[in-house]
Ligand binder design. Structure first.
Ligand code: NAD
Ligand code: UDP
Ligand code: UDP
Length: 360
């Protein structure tokens, strides 16, 4: 193995700039489920650059071939069109399990099917899949795969497991405040179940597992029309449409740039700790403040339009990242004002068809 891999590439995100030995290992066989999606494709870029063999498993529900096309022809890269709700046989060292209908537009698309499919799983029937089924059956299959081949398994869970939190900022030891019967619960409860399954396999089958609780993340390659707030505001401002602020716009979120997240995920996988770990940027913004940053970045004349808020919208969210700082030596490096322009240039070229930076 080559231990002289570009240190600069792996140091970004370190507190103090020390590189743990684990990150220098090379030539692993790694599955990334959901690897054609927004976060997954950036992770794949880093793993490929490190010299690993990467297998992307994706059903292209929200992911796009364009996100990973630049690796086509590289013998270390494979792309499999597959739904993780179906069993899968592979021989690998590590599994990054990202596959999930993650955006509100997609997971609220068919809530009834989503709920029924969870019951169907419990009852052993065969009904229709969406968010919950992917989270539950998909995670079960990937855990079964990890168990069979002795691979290390990383689950990308979410800050949504904290629901509408009664503790602020959120620490990993907080159990959350989730409405089990609300419109978001197919996602929240699906991820909570996925965490449970992951810990069950860890305890019962001694599987090596890692759990990341990801807070709102943005960057190039985000779906343009998936309804998340950063992609909405940026697309709206670029198209000279009003930015739609839901409710009074005083609810808060903490926005993390995608490269910081990928660094955290890799550190978590290579480190010695199961987690769960909050991975997010503690910088907290109201939606009105976010709209202002978008105005500053794109168009000072961009207007705002208020819309009724969605049901069960969490009032505030901000990660406590003490655990990740201490145990993974990780913290975000890129502020919202630094990261947003990088996303805007990608959105600009995708919306207006300028191919000059098609592969950000
Ligand atoms: P994304 O929609 O861009 O990526 C998800 C990928 O999974 C897509 O490529 C999609 O086609 C694929 N997929 C969905 N269902 C599948 C199935 N049944 N079989 C195979 N592939 C399937 O979303 P993302 O933002 O990149 O999210 C990646 C992961 O991170 C998800 O697990 C999500 O829950 C988690 N996460 C993301 C955020 C965020 O702000 N982006 C926040 C918290 C958690
Ligand atoms: N599984 C898979 N690939 C594998 C091994 C298992 O997709 O290489 C699936 C398998 O179909 C099952 C799930 O993972 O539905 C859980 O597997 P496990 O062996 O833990 O449970 P069991 O099959 O004994 O119920
Ligand atoms: N939101 C908004 N305008 C939009 C989309 C979302 O004001 O066009 C708000 C939404 O009500 C929520 C916040 O932005 O309070 C974050 O929403 P998103 O769906 O991006 O993430 P999540 O709610 O899952 O954290």
């Amino acid at each position: 193995g080559n231990n002289h891999r570009a240190t600069s590439e792996v140091t970004s995100g370190f507190v103090g700039g020390k590189v743990p030995l684990g990150l220098k290992r090379k030539g692993l066989r790694i599955v990334v489920t959901g690897g054609a999606g927004f976060v997954g494709s950036h992770l794949v870029d880093r793993l490929m650059a490190r010299g690993d063999s990467v297998i992307v498993v994706d059903n292209f529900f929200t992911g796009r071939k364009q996100n990973v096309m630049h690796h086509y022809g590289n013998p270390n890269f494979e792309l499999i069109r597959h739904d993780v709700v179906e069993p899968l046989l592979l021989e690998v060292d590590q599994i990054y399990h990202l596959a999930c209908p993650a955006s509100p537009v997609h997971y609220k698309f068919n809530p009834v099917k989503t709920i029924i499919s969870f019951l169907s799983f419990v009852l052993g029937c065969l009904l229709n899949p969406t968010a919950h089924k992917t989270n539950v059956v998909g995670t079960l299959n990937m855990l079964g795969l990890a168990k069979r081949v002795g691979a290390r398994f990383l689950l990308t869970s979410t800050s949504e497991v904290y629901g509408d939190p009664l503790q602020h900022p959120q620490v990993e030891t907080y159990w959350g405040n989730v409405n089990p019967i609300g419109v978001r619960s197919c996602y929240d409860e699906g991820k909570r179940t996925a965490e449970t399954l992951t810990m069950d396999y860890h305890r019962a089958a001694q599987l090596e597992v890692r759990i990341a609780r990801i807070f709102n993340t943005y960057g190039p390659r985000m779906c343009i029309d998936d309804g998340r707030v950063v992609s909405n505001f940026v697309a709206q401002a670029l198209r000279k449409e009003p930015m739609t602020v839901y409710g009074d716009g005083k609810q808060t979120r903490s926005f993390q740039y995608v490269s910081d997240l990928v660094e955290g995920l890799m550190r978590l996988m290579e480190g010695e700790h199961v987690g769960p770990f909050n991975l997010g940027n503690p910088g907290e913004f109201t939606m009105l403040e976010l709209a202002k940053v978008v105005q500053e970045t794109i168009d000072p004349n961009a207007s705002i339009e208020f819309r009724p808020n969605t049901e069960d919208d969490p009032h505030k969210r901000k990660p406590d990242i003490t655990r990740a700082k201490e145990l993974l030596n990780w913290q975000p490096q890129i502020s919202l004002r630094q990261g947003l322009p990088l996303m805007v240039s990608d959105f600009r070229s995708r919306i207006f068809g300028d191919r000059s930076d098609a592969n950000p």
